[in-house]
Design a protein around this ligand. Structure first.
Ligand code: NOJ
Length: 561
């Protein structure tokens, strides 16, 4: 590998499919692999290079597939192994690549390894997981993100010990210290790579190494060293990079693939440790610093009352651009299955501004110096569903945190309000294909409610009109592909302190673009003469006022350096 522009994944546009909610072909209300196959022409029509599909392995689905009970089998509701092989083949026939989501920080508690492990301390699989024996007293506190009590240890009667789980107690963490665990996982990665997949998105991979002396972690220590954030602590395991290098050496380097880390807890100044090609670890990482802007620190997904601060957002993306300027390569995403809908969160989902703000955000996403990820449904303007009752939610995270709060006598109404803005289920509602019954997603009862706005917001209605969001996204992808400067030209931030405008230049030699984005619902004076140069993108079609940007206006101007 070398750090040059012809590495295929650097110039790629990635499309994330959430299979459960994408397209159901058998009427059980759950999306499936044949559904993805059926929609490949649609995906290809966007100009996508790489498809990333969320987990489709056998799973009790406590966390929608992120609790795998058999890595080498497909969840029956999603289809069969044959369907998966057909999908891989068809994706390739259409000139695209496919990467799978791989969860190797933990398994399901119904995985055969854990079923064995939990039986007795003498069982050979006991050491596949992390345990704290009863005779040592209470285990030192660890945070379990989805646990109703916030606990990261769960007591197991037959072994008289607690096991570690960074997520829910149905997701025990694997013990990477054990070489047999690593070999078993590597073998499983090869199984999929040999089927022809083109890489992995590695779930919570930054958490795989633990300080197995399990020292006490005090609040003060966490605050001082890790900004009070358990994710930062978990991503700081002593053998993390050693494990990544071993995985690279034994598996990854033998295939022409791309590996993308989900990288909670990683700061920009640590990025190259993962993605510098010379280190032989991974190719790209998805950081959390951008997506977390606007949330109150120390609170569970609570937005700051005035919304996010654009200056901070600019600083974060600029920092990450700099971090990967010399070595490695960055990624860019504004939403995914763990986040609220991009438009509701960073734009404006009112009828007046939904379309405009979505076009502005896509202009941002597709003109940065990073591989962009599009989350399915964003390209047609899907927005938060804003559930009102806890019963409407399916997500283990929302349900467990609600329970935790309720048990403590906390303000559950305020929590439900916050979840309307931040819950993961907002982005997991079924894809809105058309205005027919079931939104063209299913003929049955969908596993989670469909957003009522599917009558106006759907893919079919946007297929033809040249000015639709869908066609705007298609044309932006074409623009990026046809202008390498938009892929790897230098990025320089303009107006870092402007509270409403995000403006930057992309430049290679004399090839130069100015991108000016208004992130607010008010017209703003723009200190640049936007009439110098050729406007190649304008989300207001022909409307353009010399010294200002209209609400949520996005302009891409080909200009002189
Ligand atoms: C990150 C995944 O994206 C999320 O959906 C999941 O709940 C956790 N990791 C645990 O696997």
């Amino acid at each position: 590998m070398s750090n040059n522009a012809d590495i295929w994944w650097r110039s790629a546009v990635i499309y994330q499919v959430y299979p459960r909610s994408f397209k159901d072909t058998d009427g059980d209300g759950i999306g499936d692999l044949p559904g993805i196959i059926q929609k490949l022409d649609y995906i290809a029509s966007l100009g996508i290079d790489i498809l990333w599909i969320n987990p489709v392995y056998l799973s009790p689905d406590r966390d929608n597939g992120y609790d795998i009970s058999d890595f080498k089998n497909i969840q029956p509701q999603m289809g069969t192994m044959e369907d998966m092989e057909t999908l891989i083949k068809k994706v390739h026939e259409k000139g695209m690549k496919i990467i799978m989501d791989m969860v190797i920080n933990h398994t399901s508690d119904e995985h055969a390894w854990f079923k064995q492990a939990r039986m007795s301390r003498d069982n050979p699989y006991y050491s596949f997981y992390h345990w704290w024996p009863e005779e040592k007293g209470q285990p030192p506190y660890r945070c379990g993100f989805f646990d109703p009590e916030g606990q990261g240890w769960h007591y197991n009667e037959p072994t008289r010990s607690w096991y570690l789980h960074y997520f829910s107690h149905h997701q025990p963490d694997l013990n990477w210290e054990n070489p047999e665990v690593r070999e078993a996982l590597f073998d499983m990665l090869r199984f999929w790579l040999d089927k022809g997949i083109d890489g992995f998105r590695l779930d919570a991979i930054t958490f795989i190494s633990k300080d197995v002396s399990f020292p006490p972690v005090t609040r003060a220590f966490l605050d001082e060293k890790f900004k009070g954030d358990w994710g930062h602590y978990y991503a700081d395991g002593p053998r993390l990079h050693e494990y990544l290098r071993e995985m690279h050496e034994k598996v990854l380097r033998h295939y022409n693939i791309v590996t993308i880390a989900e990288a909670p807890g990683v700061r920009a100044d640590q990025a190259v440790d993962f993605v510098d090609p010379a280190r032989k670890e991974l190719d790209m990482i998805c950081h959390f610093e951008g997506i977390m802007v606007g949330y109150l620190p120390g609170e569970f997904k609570k937005m700051a009352p005035g919304g996010f601060d654009l200056k901070e957002l600019k600083a974060v993306y600029t920092r990450w651009d700099e971090a990967c300027e010399e070595k490695g390569w960055a990624t860019m995403y504004l939403g995914n299955h763990d986040q609220p809908r991009m438009i509701s969160h960073w734009g404006n989902d009112s009828d007046t501004f939904r379309d405009l703000s979505a076009k502005m955000l896509f202009t941002f996403l597709l003109t940065m110096r990073a591989t962009p990820f599009i989350y399915n449904g964003d390209e047609i303007g899907m927005v938060n569903i804003r559930f009102e009752k806890i019963e409407d939610y399916k997500d283990i995270e929302t349900r467990h945190v609600y329970q935790q709060l309720k048990d403590k006598g906390g303000d559950v109404q305020a929590f439900l309000q916050d979840q309307q803005l931040a819950a993961r289920d907002n982005s997991r509602t079924p894809f809105q294909w058309d205005s027919g019954a079931g939104a063209g997603f299913t003929t049955g009862q969908p596993w989670i409610s469909i957003n009522n706005n599917y009558i106006e917001v759907n893919a079919a209605g946007q297929e033809r009109p040249a000015s639709s969001l869908l066609n705007f996204v298609r044309s932006l992808i074409r623009l990026r592909k046809n202008n390498p400067v938009l892929i790897d030209g230098r990025y320089s931030l303009l107006l870092p302190d402007h509270p409403a405008i995000y403006a930057y230049k992309r430049q290679t030699g004399n090839d130069c673009y100015l991108i000016a984005l208004n992130f607010t619902s008010e017209a703003v004076v723009c200190p640049y003469d936007l009439s110098k140069g050729k406007i190649v993108v304008n989300n207001y079609e022909d409307t353009f006022e010399r010294g200002q940007l209209l609400p949520y206006q996005a302009l891409v101007i080909q200009t002189i350096p």
